[in-house]
Design a protein around this ligand. Sequence first.
Ligand SMILES: Cc1cc2nc3c(=O)[nH]c(=O)nc-3n(C[C@H](O)[C@H](O)[C@H](O)COP(=O)(O)O)c2cc1C
Length: 173
Amino acid sequence: MEQLLRMVYVSESTQPLSGLGGEVPIEIGRILMQSRKNNPKLEVGGVLYFRNNYFFQCLEGEQDVVNDLYQKIATDPRHKQVQTLSVKRIHQRQFSDWSMKYVASKDQVNRLIRQFGMQEFNPYQFDDYMIDELLKVFNKSSDQTSQPDQSYSHQPNPDRQSKGLFSRLFGRR
Ligand SMILES: Cc1cc2nc3c(=O)[nH]c(=O)nc-3n(C[C@H](O)[C@H](O)[C@H](O)COP(=O)(O)O)c2cc1C
């Protein structure tokens, strides 16, 4: 039976990344393109956040697949100090509609950081509670770079792919 895993890790960008007028940095655009090409084939989804030169990513999917993808991502020279923050078995995906959501929100995250008594966004210091709260914010936030592109069912479902295609073609989910 399929065992779903939620893995959250943090890392630091090797290069300072900035989007010229505040838009999505080019390197993040590349990472999102790769994720959105590869993850659907792996039935992996999740969310990516970038702030203060830190990456915060949540990957959800079948446990072996997530572990393998994480090993691959961890060796990517675009980031360093890759550190797993949380690995959990889950029954339901939180980002079931996304191959890789990208959230640019600052205000809501700032509010959370203040609630946590922190001065700035430093995900290496996050505990389980903070991670869950942050993911809730990301779940509700919009993604300016893309539309939901997946429709993973909670249970293994042999015709998931055709349903996904149906959703994509007819906008039903
Ligand atoms: C912060 C970060 C997050 C990434 N997330 C993903 C991801 O979710 N899926 C993915 O396929 N690649 C991701 N990548 C890129 C991979 O490390 C790798 O470059 C890519 O998968 C290679 O794709 P290819 O095998 O199609 O050439 C990420 C890279 C970084 C730096």
